[in-house]
Design a binder for this molecule. Structure first.
Ligand SMILES: Cc1cc2nc3c(=O)[nH]c(=O)nc-3n(C[C@H](O)[C@H](O)[C@H](O)COP(=O)(O)OP(=O)(O)OC[C@H]3O[C@@H](n4cnc5c(N)ncnc54)[C@H](O)[C@@H]3O)c2cc1C
Ligand code: FES
Length: 263
């Protein structure tokens, strides 16, 4: 993947922050220097003000960055105290963000790519889709979630230039009923792919990696781990490697060659 970028502390202010689904929010920040350098698949580590005892930053990916406008769009789920406080930040509120963190997707030209996202794994997948389309690839996207209210990204994937966007929900409330991997198998029966990318729950990504392995197609997976420092100093975010040993999710990743990972 890409070499590690130089990570800095950046001030940011909130442009907008509103609900787009059940406990899912869309945050747009102004962070001028960062918007110009962050690459698809990299992430940021947010300090959320309001509780001095909560010192751990919150790692979040981005869906799009506007270098000219200086803004970055983030989609996040409220799952605990930090993201709940983030959801209460309003227009004009400010804090700091560390970034760009991690390696990012390896964006290659070639034939057709299939990207598979689960839940709030969709934002980095959308930014990957946009970058691959800019390289002249055809891209299909699968967006999976438990239900309609937790599904985000259909319009964004189409705007990013995806050819086909397939929706899958566990309860059938939107798109096909079933897992993202079911939709993936269906698409692989209809198209020839030379690249697969995935981000979402661990079990889903393990399934995606297995299907890619069976089909002998390159697969990049963006992993999530609990993080403390976010820049390779504490080993909180270790990822076990198939060849033995560990790599850090925050600085060696979050994007790994799926074949490298001990799932
Ligand atoms: C590289 C990276 C990119 C991410 N991008 C996004 C994104 O774009 N949108 C989004 O909604 N979320 C994303 N996450 C997950 C997000 O960082 C966590 O949901 C958030 O830190 C939870 O903080 P909290 O204080 O609200 O919850 P806590 O109270 O800390 O935890 C609530 C629950 O979430 C789990 N959790 C906490 N941190 C993580 C984590 N890092 N990974 C997985 N589970 C966690 C805990 O085990 C617990 O079950 C990303 C995580 C990583 C590592
Ligand atoms: S979070 Fe500290 S090494 Fe990754």
């Amino acid at each position: 993947m890409h070499p590690v970028s130089s990570v800095h502390l950046h001030p940011f202010s909130v442009v907008s922050n509103g609900r787009v689904g059940e406990d899912i929010f869309r945050l747009v920040i102004e962070a001028r220097d960062l918007a110009g350098v962050i690459r698809p698949g990299q992430f940021m580590n947010f300090e959320v003000p309001g509780d001095p005892s909560h010192i751990v930053r919150i790692p979040l990916s981005f869906a799009s960055a506007d270098a000219a406008g200086g803004t970055i769009e983030v989609i996040y789920a409220v799952v605990g105290e930090g993201t709940r406080r983030l959801s209460r930040m309003g227009e004009g509120d400010s804090s700091t963000v560390v970034g760009p963190c991690g390696n990012g997707w390896r964006v290659t030209s070639g034939g057709r790519a299939l990207l598979v996202a689960g839940g709030v794994g969709a934002p980095p997948v959308i930014s990957f889709a946009r970058a691959l389309v800019e390289r002249g690839r055809a891209v299909d996207v699968v967006l999976g979630a438990q239900s309609k209210n937790r599904l985000w990204g259909e319009r964004d994937a189409l705007e990013a230039g995806a050819d086909e966007v397939v929706l899958a929900t566990d309860d059938g409330s939107c798109g096909m009923r079933g897992f993202a991997t079911d939709a993936m198998r269906d698409l692989m029966g209809r198209h020839q792919y030379d690249l697969i990318g995935t981000c979402g729950p661990g079990a889903m990504m393990e399934g995606v990696a297995r299907i890619a392995h069976e089909a002998r197609v390159e697969c990049q997976a963006s992993l999530e781990r609990m993080m403390t420092c976010g820049f390779g100093a504490c080993s909180t975010c270790n990822v076990a490697m198939r060849a033995g040993g560990y790599k850090t999710c925050c600085s060696d990743g979050p994007v790994f060659d799926a074949e490298e990972v001990l799932w």
